[in-house]
Ligand binder design. Structure first.
Ligand code: ATP
Ligand code: MG
Length: 404
């Protein structure tokens, strides 16, 4: 027998009262977007659960995708069976024969939403339980915590059988908390920051600063690949490339080495904030952490943050580098992040950035620059593209591609 659909149970959103339908619709759209890589799959959602119809698609990769989507508490693959008692019995017997191992206990748990069906749920439990004893005479029925709980659901269109309950990612459906701009470099930290924001329901748009020809097409592609990795948690993400060359050259020409980093970051923050406003984002998210390098101090954070009143979320600020790396490995961004393409900051970064930049000095150096004009030109020059999920690559295909 082949699975026909996956029943999806919602996570935390059940506590959200009136907003429930908004949450559910958002989650349905997210599931649709993530599963768009499987063209046959369709998704519906009602108040209690969502249904993912496989329509012939292999269950295993779809389940792997579902495990990543935020807002899902658990899901169960199900068999669809015609609502005919003899067929139901046969299906139940076949499933139990496949599952049974010496000494296992079981129960049948039936539910009937089609009230015109010939048997009610109690009778169904009995008749189908008896069918199990026919083929497995020594199996024990047990009501409390049996090894196998076979769920039988009689719905209008058909009956559905399931026995597995697979844990989902939890979190909130991406988009239900509003939208934020993720400052995405090619590094290890910012993709992890993005992931953590997505987990709490914040939809993100990725803002990436590129300084060609100082930065390579490889660095840009790296940021795009990282963005694609983040789409598996809630679907499509807009990728915004900001032309940053003019600004970096200007800063480099007119600012003392020790303040290059601070001024560069302040420009990034201003530009991200302007883009946020244009595109109706509520917050800025970045991958800043403390103490990894000399520039990552609270004084530095304060000097950079001073250009905006917009809330800046720094999800990894309190994490150790090793913890961040571990998460990066879990979400599969680490291997991309360590590819050796320099981003704009590495190239223009001084050896010894100021660990304690003074706002008075910063402002004085910025007076030498046409701050408003530089920001406006960068914002006017952005390119926006939509990045969608990708099919997990087949290791065998990859091997063949490498050999060719
Ligand atoms: P990451 O690992 O995310 O690159 P990092 O530890 O290298 O972070 P910094 O280089 O100090 O830290 O950068 C701090 C944050 O500034 C980054 O996490 C990112 O949010 C943002 N940022 C840096 N460079 C860029 C860039 N080229 N485009 C977009 N955001 C950037
Ligand atoms: Mg970096």
């Amino acid at each position: 027998m082949q699975y026909s659909e996956i029943m999806v149970r919602y996570g935390e959103l059940s506590t959200k009262g009136k907003n429930r339908m908004r949450f559910i619709n958002q989650l349905r759209r997210n599931i649709q977007s993530v599963l768009s890589i499987y063209p046959q799959v369709t998704v519906t959602a009602d108040r209690d659960r969502a249904h993912v119809y496989l329509n012939g698609t292999d269950y295993v990769p779809v389940a792997e995708s579902l495990k990543q989507i935020f807002g899902i508490q658990a899901f169960s693959p199900s068999y669809k069976v015609e609502k005919e008692m003899s067929l139901l019995k046969k299906a139940v017997q076949e499933i139990m024969l496949g599952l049974y191992q010496e000494g296992m206990t079981f129960k049948i748990s039936s539910k009937r939403s089609d009230h015109s069906f010939e048997l009610d749920s109690r009778d169904l439990n009995q008749v189908l339980g008896a069918a199990v004893f026919e083929v497995l005479p020594t199996i024990q029925a047990q009501m409390k915590q049996p090894d196998i709980t076979l769920k039988v659901e009689i719905r209008d269109e058909a009956a559905y059988l399931s026995y597995e309950n697979i844990k989902g990612a939890g979190g909130l459906p991406v988009g239900t908390s509003g939208k934020g701009m993720l400052m995405l470099s090619g590094g290890i930290d910012s993709p992890v920051a993005g992931y953590l924001a997505l987990k709490r329901g914040v939809a993100i748009e990725a803002v990436h600063f590129a300084s060609p020809p100082y930065t390579s097409p490889g660095a840009l592609k790296k940021a795009q690949d990282l963005t694609r990795k983040l789409t598996k948690f809630g679907g499509q993400i807009s990728f915004i490339e900001v032309p940053f060359t003019e600004i970096q050259e200007e800063i480099k020409a007119k600012t003392p080495e020790s303040y290059l980093m601070t001024l560069t970051r302040r420009f990034m923050m201003r530009i991200t904030d302007a883009i946020r406003q244009q595109r109706h984002g509520l917050v800025i998210i970045n991958g800043e952490s403390l103490g990894q390098v000399a520039s990552q101090t609270l004084e530095s954070m304060q000097a950079i943050n001073a250009v905006t009143k917009t809330p800046v979320i720094r999800p990894v600020v309190t994490m150790d580098k090793l913890e961040i790396i571990e998460l990066a490995q879990t979400i599969d961004t680490f291997e991309i992040s360590i590819q050796p393409f320099e981003d704009c900051c590495t190239i223009f970064a001084p050896d010894r950035p100021k660990t304690n930049p003074k706002l008075k000095n910063v402002e004085q150096y910025e007076e030498r620059l046409d701050v408003d004009g530089l920001v406006a030109r960068a914002v006017a020059g952005i390119t926006v593209s939509d990045i969608g999920p990708e099919l997990a690559s087949d290791p065998v295909d990859d091997l063949i591609a490498d050999l060719l």
